[in-house]
Design a protein around this ligand. Structure first.
Ligand SMILES: *Cc1c(COP(=O)(O)O)cnc(C)c1O
Length: 373
């Protein structure tokens, strides 16, 4: 079935006890045993499993083409479970440029625990090939990268890893399965911050892992989900399920809007650089065309001048909200160097934009007024 159909139907069913078309929210923390001590519905206690969580996990597995899924209370809790599934002495290859929290977790939490990490330029296949060690267990990818939208070739790196018996995880938060399907490209596990496009309305925090196979590694991850207990509430699962129903259509609109905005910015004399995979000037444009169904709703640009000038441009915008995060209906803009602090690798004037669902002409008019000229 097509993604639009799966988004509406996977994990959904009409409630048998009431005929309700919209799923009920099951707040019950505990479930009744049968007289013989068994659990007739397979549900025992909500940290271990809940009807709303089950439905969301079924939906996500279907959308990403995986065998199984596990949802978490945040994207970082999902990432944490992956790293915790490894052991002290194991080695991880991670992107040099990626979501800030991923590198921070490896450097500031897991390094002390004995998990080693090498940060590599994932756009350079030769550099990745040279970075494998005998104790490498995991290759972490994120594409397009935050905040410069560098494109990582998922198929090429997944096959390098597979030849060496190394597991691969792709943080697919910026794309969603509508744009990129990492499992079809060869990855073992897909990670999501469901806070972003999947939830889609800037009103719920969550994370997910979806795996190609229900194997021993997955069982370890599942153990960490239910035993460490960073699980989302039934209501949060319900909100993400609601978001997913319109995901394919929202992502298309985000992407079409972002293309208009990117082309406008690329032609503006007050803009030095635009980072967006659909532009021919983008170094990853070829790989992007191969592995992305559309260029997506995220872009970044560098107004001419310094950080102060970039902040002034962002301050003059009326429709764009100055806030972090992405994937909601409202357009957001953020000066990355200020957010990341002194250790940032972001260019000093870089502004990251999550292009929302407003009309693109209104967004372009707002940007034109803020940039001047
Ligand atoms: C937001 C985000 C995360 C972290 O997710 P949270 O839900 O905030 O914990 C991880 N990766 C990417 C690419 C993100 O955008």
């Amino acid at each position: 079935m097509h993604l639009e159909t799966l988004a509406v139907h996977a994990g959904h069913h009409v409630d048998q006890s009431t005929g309700a078309v919209t799923p009920p929210i099951h707040l019950s923390t505990t479930f009744e045993r049968a007289p013989d001590g068994s659990f007739p519905h397979g549900l025992i206690y909500t940290r271990d499993g809940n009807p709303n969580r089950r439905a969301l996990e079924a939906s996500l597995a279907a959308l990403e083409g995986g065998a199984v899924a596990a949802v978490f209370s945040s994207g970082m809790a999902a990432t944490n479970a992956v790293f915790q599934s490894l052991g002290p002495g194991d080695h991880v290859l991670a992107p040099e440029v990626a979501y800030y929290g991923t590198g921070k977790l490896l450097r500031e939490v897991f390094a002390a625990w004995g998990l080693r990490a090498t940060f590599v330029d994932m756009t350079n296949v030769d550099a990745v090939r040279a970075a494998f060690r005998p104790e490498t267990r995991l290759l972490w990818m994120e594409t397009p990268s935050n905040p410069t939208l560098a494109i990582t070739d998922i198929a090429a790196l997944s096959s390098l890893a597979r030849e060496r018996g190394v597991r691969t995880v792709v943080d697919n938060t910026w794309c969603s399965p509508v744009i990129t399907q990492p499992i079809a490209l060869g990855a073992d596990v897909v990670m999501h911050s469901t806070t972003k496009y999947l939830g889609g309305h800037s009103d719920t925090l969550g994370g997910a892992l979806i795996a190609r196979e229900d194997d021993a590694w997955w069982q370890r991850i599942h153990l960490l989900q239910v035993t460490a207990g960073a699980v989302p509430s039934p209501f949060e699962c319900w909100l993400v399920m609601r978001g997913i129903r319109s995901l394919p259509w929202r992502v298309r609109a985000h992407s079409a809007n972002a293309e208009h905005v990117a082309r406008f910015l690329a032609s503006h004399p007050a803009v030095a650089r635009v980072h967006y995979p659909a532009l021919d000037t983008h170094p990853g444009a070829d790989v992007a065309r191969r592995q992305m169904a559309m260029p997506g709703g995220m872009l970044s640009f560098e107004p001419r001048g310094d950080a102060r000038n970039a902040l002034a441009v962002a301050a003059r915008l009326k429709l764009f909200t100055r806030a972090t995060s992405l994937g909601g209906p409202e357009s957001l803009i953020e000066h990355r160097a200020s957010v990341e602090g002194p250790t940032t690798r972001a260019p000093e004037a870089l502004l990251r934009v999550s292009v929302g669902l407003e009309h693109h002409e209104d967004l372009v008019a707002d940007l034109a007024a803020a940039l001047g000229g």
